[in-house]
Design a protein around this ligand. Sequence first.
Ligand code: ADP
Length: 247
Amino acid sequence: MADVVLETRQLTKEFKGFTAVNNVSLQVQRGHIHALIGPNGAGKTTCFNLLTKFLVPTSGQILFNGRDITMSKPAQIARQGIIRSFQISAVFPHLTVLENVRIGLQRPLGNSFAFWQSEKKLNALNDRAMALLAQVDLENFADTMTVDLPYGRKRALEIATTLGMEPELMLLDEPTQGMGHEDVHRVTALIKKVSVGRTILMVEHNMSVISGISDRISVLQRGAVLAEGTYEEVSSNPQVMEAYMGT
Ligand code: ADP
């Protein structure tokens, strides 16, 4: 039997009578990169907001490792290991890249957020932060002010910060949005690299990104699941072609 990390059962979200997410049942398998795709307005962002508890579902269930987390609070979800990659706005622009990763590490290493740390603790934090930067090929930018990082590298920083929280399930929200070809290529390779031993659920528009790295794809249309399968399966589905590929 498949090892399912995250499952939604008939997840539904209505906004004043408008159904943005309609009976969505998903299963994300452990170790997979699972992509959520669909045309604009399909309900992808609303789904993510339900999973991270920014929104409360109208009905349906969310299970994480078989436990019902439908009514859990955002902080509880994060503590259990579901981490959504930080938006750029959550990164401090006038701190260095290393400082930003170090701040993100305070909680997982059991440190209280304090400006005064013992030297030993500070060294441990620095070492861990540098290791994370190396994982996302940012070690040469450690002392760069975050505000001065090139756009594509900022996404890598977000990923490093997210990794620092030791996610069991990483949620990536359009990780290549607004990027040029070279950055798309770099971030795609990075996602593949950090996916080893992890589970990733990502919303992504760029089909070349999805085709290269996704194990499973769920296609949403008007709030409902239109199709699910491998890239080959969904990309040869005529309904999907009509709804999404051709747009
Ligand atoms: P996607 O991310 O696939 O583009 P969204 O989840 O953002 O789609 O939106 C799905 C639908 O729900 C859209 O029609 C959108 O206008 C609607 N919607 C999203 N959030 C709200 C809200 N807070 N209030 C009312 N309608 C919303």
